[in-house]
Design a protein around this ligand. Structure first.
Ligand code: AMP
Length: 218
């Protein structure tokens, strides 16, 4: 059976967003990325964006009730029934419990939790040299994955930016937040026998091979 309902976990900069997008493409399933949803709300200046912005700038988690609300709303759409990749959610025990409730209500269960691991040097190098497209969410790396034209998004032509929370002192805080608030849910999923490890250190072709090996099918 092809595994299609999954959560991808890993510290900021581990490469989980890249892997989530690849899995979505290979398996033809929607990728639900809470960070992108929140950034979009901030750039559109919505009520949600105004609530989330200060937390995000500081590298803190946005309040559980706010993030759970946006995931609940996204999961009320029918396209996730056949499969999804959740990227960036859950990030706290409260969020993991809320996800259990949402899935039980839908009559489905998580198939697998992918845990992306990477060395600290990889994480810091990746985040400090990362540039992001504020419009379409595409992500680049100045050295390893530069855009075709310097400073411009290949996908939509917008000027690239360094996210405020990709600056060094905020990166360090995000890593602490990950350790304190997100690692406990990894333990919870491990106890439930759901976790498989994947490497955050591979090149793009190897990522696809590894993902297919771990998830099966296609
Ligand atoms: P990311 O792009 O996943 O690193 O998320 C960027 C920022 O968005 C995080 O540092 C948080 O401030 C916020 N965020 C994203 N997902 C969540 C979540 N599930 N819970 C709380 N805050 C989140």
């Amino acid at each position: 059976m092809i595994t299609t309902r999954l959560v991808i976990l890993g510290p900021p900069g581990s490469g989980k967003g890249t892997r989530a997008k690849i899995i979505g493409r290979v398996y033809g399933i929607p990728v639900v990325t809470t960070g992108d949803m929140l950034r979009e709300a901030v750039s559109e200046g919505t009520e949600l964006g105004r609530l989330a912005e200060a937390y995000m700038k500081r590298g803190e988690l946005v309040r559980d009730d706010i993030v759970i609300g946006i995931v609940e709303e996204r999961f009320s759409k029918p396209d996730v029934e056949e499969g999804f990749v959740l990227d960036g959610f859950p990030r706290s025990v409260k969020q993991a419990e809320a996800l259990d409730r949402i899935l039980v209500k839908m009559g489905i269960a998580l198939d697998i939790v992918l845990n992306v691991t990477a060395r600290s040097e990889t994480i810091l190098g990746r985040l400090s040299l990362r540039r992001s497209c504020p419009k379409c969410g595409a992500v680049y790396h100045i050295k390893d994955m530069p855009p075709k034209q310097e400073g411009i998004c290949d996908e939509c032509g917008s000027p690239l930016v360094q996210r405020d929370d990709d600056k060094e002192e905020i990166i360090l805080h995000r890593l602490e937040v990950y350790r304190d608030q997100t690692v406990p849910i990894l333990e919870r999923y491990k106890k439930a026998g759901k976790v498989k490890e994947i490497s955050g250190e591979l090149e793009i072709d190897q990522i696809i091979d590894e993902v297919k090996r771990v998830l099966g099918g296609v």
